[in-house]
Design a binder for this molecule. Structure first.
Ligand SMILES: NC(=O)c1ccc[n+]([C@@H]2O[C@H](COP(=O)([O-])OP(=O)(O)OC[C@H]3O[C@@H](n4cnc5c(N)ncnc54)[C@H](O)[C@@H]3O)[C@@H](O)[C@H]2O)c1
Length: 377
């Protein structure tokens, strides 16, 4: 079939929803990576418009795919029938998180550092690569800023070359120690530019700037999510994040350490809810760029969280108090009205249920000798 004919037929497909039968009827003619050659040149493809005549599945790149959130995202994308390319340098992520996906026919793993350019062919990019917990991102703060800023530049460059949609995992930390509560997307934040958390906070802020400049300057289709505290299976057992730390301490019968007096509040989103929000945001129309807050607006004091964990693990741990670290926000709660309106999304998993689904993961992890050694017990 000529390319003009193909373009005509494709227009028909867009109007009439005949894609499936068209693909079956033309299977020999379309390009499937290892089976054949592209039918049209890229100039001719432009006439075909936004229907992908080359691939049967959506090809999705997930940077930071071997991390906590990334591994759940890879799973949910595979469940939806996508081909997933997971890219990670294993700085904080681990093979263990994605081991169960390695044999999946639509899953591919690439060890790569996003501070270096990457040339791959995909339709969508989720940029999650970046250490997320304070002890991890403060270990090598210069590398943290590089990962946020150079990683964003490299993914935006790739996305520009491919005309691919690109999603940025930003963070509630862009609001710093917020002077308004709860935080709406319009709030510009209260961030210390030279503190110990700045490598992360300012790195993520700069990444957002780059996303919006690529959007304005090059017309890139961007999706920016500001993620609030999330927890669930596969959080790193030793990263100092409050939910995992409390669970590990409780399961080991050690003192539960609260920094500050325990009255500071946090909101906790279960990972499954959050990742559904990512995918909904990615699937919005061109006009939706974000930033969109994604998190659970239910607010708990750190003291309440400690009590719940002790209760659900049946632990005998005692609570002990230590001084609050520098620049630690006192209150953090997302206003998710925008996500509710634009994505029809809101979290469904209550804290207690999420904890019940998380505790067994850590229980099993802590039974492994290697893990015990690695976290110093
Ligand atoms: N978990 C949360 O509560 C939370 C909250 C706000 C924002 N986020 C953002 O979501 C993303 C994922 O967070 P997470 O909780 O899964 O953290 P994580 O540390 O478990 O995952 C980050 C992943 O990125 C990888 N990585 C780090 N630097 C890299 C580099 N230079 N090149 C390639 N890979 C690299 C790590 O090895 C790891 O697998 C991060 O961008 C983080 O800032 C997470």
């Amino acid at each position: 079939m000529s390319c003009a004919g193909l373009a005509r037929q494709t227009r028909q497909i867009r109007g009439g929803g005949l894609l499936h039968s068209w693909i079956s009827a033309n299977r020999g003619a379309i390009y499937i990576p290892s089976y054949g050659k592209p039918l049209c040149s890229s100039a001719e493809n432009a006439a075909v418009g936004d229907v992908d005549i080359m691939h049967l599945e959506q090809r999705v790149l997930v940077t930071g795919g071997a991390g906590f959130l990334g591994s759940h995202l890879c799973e949910q994308l595979l469940e939806r029938g996508c081909q997933v390319l997971c890219v990670d340098n294993f700085y904080t992520g681990t093979r263990r998180n994605i081991e169960h996906l390695l044999d999946h026919k639509h899953f591919e793993l690439l060890r790569h550092d996003v501070t270096y350019p990457l040339h791959v062919e995909v339709d969508e990019i989720y940029n999650l690569a970046c250490p997320a917990s304070p002890i991890h991102y403060q270990k090598d703060p210069v590398q943290t800023t590089k990962t946020s800023v150079l990683g964003a530049l490299n993914m935006l460059g790739l996305s520009r070359r491919l005309s691919a949609k690109v999603f940025q995992a930003s963070t509630s930390e862009v609001y710093g120690d917020p002077a308004v509560h709860p935080q709406q997307e319009e709030y510009w934040g209260n961030v210390n530019p030279i503190g110990v958390r700045s490598c992360y906070d300012e790195g993520k802020r700069c990444a957002e700037t780059l996303f919006f400049d690529y959007h304005r300057q090059h017309g890139l289709e961007i999706k920016v999510a500001r993620i609030f505290n999330t927890y669930g299976p596969r959080t790193h057992p030793n990263d100092g994040r409050v939910v995992s730390s409390f669970i590990v301490q409780a399961l080991l019968g050690k003192d539960i350490t609260i920094f500050g007096d325990g009255t500071q509040t946090r909101s906790f989103c279960f990972v499954e809810d959050l990742v559904q929000g990512f995918i909904k945001l990615m699937n919005t129309g061109r006009d939706v760029t974000g930033p969109v807050n994604l998190g659970n607006p239910g607010e708990f004091t750190i003291g309440e969280l400690a009590d719940k964990v002790i209760d659900l693990t049946g632990s005998r741990s005692k609570v002990v108090y230590r001084p609050l670290p520098a620049d630690d926000p006192k209150q953090r709660r997302p206003d998710i009205a925008k996500a509710q309106r634009l994505l029809e999304w809101e979290p469904k998993v209550e804290l207690e249920e999420g904890l019940k689904r998380t505790i067994p993961y850590f229980d099993s992890l802590l039974s492994e000798d290697g893990v015990k050694r690695a976290i110093g017990i």
